[in-house]
Design a protein around this ligand. Structure first.
Ligand code: CA
Length: 168
């Protein structure tokens, strides 16, 4: 049994850690492990993405964009909108079978609570999972929607997985 003063100190330290960590996961089904697009809105633009197990970054499933020349889009609303200053990390993982950075592959769009947007190419490398940091392109505003569009330009497959938004 621990001396009373020691266990008291451990207890205080534990409590202060709990007090600082605010668990905030505003996105639903961020790793597509519900085996479908629950939480996401799917747009058929020259094709429609699917959730399947052909190439997960983690777990069993990922969002699979397949077709030519475009392969659709997925988006998710974040409600209530979250200020950039409250976001601790905001990343996704994407994979293209073949991609020329900045000319094909995934295009991301962040929509803010004033209805302005930031649109950006998600740089990728040939046949490997790449992490993208949304905070590097996000304006100092509150985000209310994220969207991925896959405009391949060539016959290829693309995958998105682990779209993770964490608050401070
Ligand atoms: Ca997954």
């Amino acid at each position: 049994m621990l001396p009373l003063n020691l266990s008291h100190r451990i207890g205080l330290r534990h409590m202060s850690r709990i007090g600082k960590v605010k668990i905030c996961r505003p996105l639903t089904n961020e790793g597509f492990e519900m085996a479908d697009f629950t939480g996401w809105t799917v747009e058929n633009i020259g094709g429609e993405p699917v959730v399947d197990n052909t190439n997960p970054h983690s777990g069993t499933y990922s969002a699979h964009f397949e077709g030519y020349p475009t392969c659709g889009a997925i988006s998710q609303t974040i409600s209530p909108a979250i200020p950039k200053s409250d976001i601790a990390s905001f990343i996704c993982w994407s994979y293209s079978e073949y991609s020329f950075p900045f000319s094909s592959g995934f295009i991301g769009t962040l929509t803010y609570d004033d209805d302005t947007t930031t649109e950006f190419n998600i740089p990728e490398f040939y046949d490997q999972w790449c992490q993208f940091d949304f905070l590097s392109v996000m304006e100092d505003k509150s985000i209310k929607r994220i969207r991925f569009y896959f405009g391949s330009g060539t016959m290829l497959n693309g995958w998105v997985d682990d779209v993770n938004l964490r608050c401070e």
